[in-house]
Design a protein around this ligand. Structure first.
Ligand SMILES: [Zn+2]
Ligand SMILES: [Zn+2]
Length: 337
């Protein structure tokens, strides 16, 4: 079968490889769409510690069940499915406590096993989510970033009427903002420096700010100087944490979504004096996947604009290169198989 293999730093190659053979509790999925994620760019750039060439990347997958060896009665060959790409150990404390997404041994399809940039991918049967007939498979391939945003908004316990700020206009930040809208936030301010992402937020009719100063100023106007109920941080850098406590109200919440790769300083006086709540969020639970599928199915007009373009497997090398060097400015690129 056809697959694109990550071979070396910034090198992927179209290859002919053996179709995976499934055993107990596994399914073979005919991949229809696979999204390109920041994680794939990280691997492509040779920066991911666990990813070892040769590897088929891609963990944002939708497809059709081709073969199956399962005791599940609710799915069958030919079903259209979205995939939960997280692989947890099942026996550690978080796994036993019902938080498999926090497993310290967490593994991912497309890093620790071959992923979706191939014709057929092998997936554990409990990671398959049958999707409604009304949900197109290209939209279904957005399930993974949508589930991340669903998880963040659910963890924040957003209430109807809350005023929120989202810092960072990448796919996750934009999705968080739109899911806050669906869930009744009364005002949403999205802060983003990069022009194309700023423009995307404008197109989605979000209120936008393009600098720290503008974010603080607009937030003060929108909240009558009292600060936002919830600030979602979807960047993960010191610069945003330097002013995040100026955006949130006394008694408000800061939700950390952006993955910081080193310790970050925060004005803990403000956290202490204002009883701020700091909530970390990481990936998603199986329930978030289910909710994400419902949202994609029920609000297709909100999510469709996220698909910037659809490419073929043969275009993956040039697209990955373009996304790394900035010549491709997509929100989300899907590979169609
Ligand atoms: Zn992803
Ligand atoms: Zn575990």
């Amino acid at each position: 079968m056809k697959a694109v293999l990550y071979r070396d730093i910034q090198v992927v190659k179209m290859s002919d490889i053996k179709r995976p053979i499934i055993t107990n509790n596994e399914a073979l999925i005919k991949v229809e769409y696979a999204g390109i994620c920041g994680t794939d760019l990280h691997i492509f750039d040779g920066l991911h510690p666990r990813a070892k060439a040769p590897l088929v990347m891609g963990h944002e997958i939708s497809g059709i069940i081709e073969e199956m060896n399962t005791e599940r009665k609710d799915i069958k060959i030919g079903d259209r499915v979205a995939i939960n790409p997280l692989i947890s150990c099942g026996y550690c404390l978080p796994c036993r406590e019902g938080n498999p997404h926090l497993c310290p041994n967490l593994k991912l399809v497309g890093i620790d096993q071959n992923g979706g940039f191939e014709e057929y991918v092998k997936i554990k049967d409990d990671k398959l989510y049958k999707i409604p007939n009304s949900l197109p498979l290209d939209l279904a391939a957005l399930i993974e970033p949508v589930a991340v945003a669903v998880h963040a908004v659910r963890k924040s316990k957003l209430l109807i009427g809350d005023k929120v700020v989202v810092i960072g206009g990448g796919p996750i930040g934009q999705l968080v903002a739109l899911i806050c809208r669906i869930n009744g936030a009364s005002s949403i301010l999205l802060s983003e420096i990069k022009l194309e992402r700023f423009n995307f937020a404008k197109k989605m009719e979000l209120i936008t700010a393009s600098s720290k100063e503008e974010t603080i100023k607009k937030n003060m106007e929108m909240t009558k100087g009292e600060g936002a109920d919830i600030v979602y941080e979807a960047v993960g850098i010191q610069e945003t944490y330097n002013y995040i406590t100026e955006l949130v109200k006394i008694g408000g919440k800061i939700i950390t979504i952006g993955a910081a790769n080193k310790p970050i300083a925060l004005d803990m006086w403000k956290v202490y004096f204002g009883e701020l709540t700091l909530i970390g969020v990481h990936v998603y639970t199986p329930k978030d996947i289910e909710i994400g599928i419902e949202l994609l199915n029920n609000y297709p007009k909100i999510f469709r604009p996220f698909i910037s373009k659809i490419i073929g497997l043969k275009d993956l090398q040039s697209e990955l290169t373009g996304l790394i060097d900035g010549t491709s400015k997509a929100m989300k690129v899907l590979v169609e198989l």
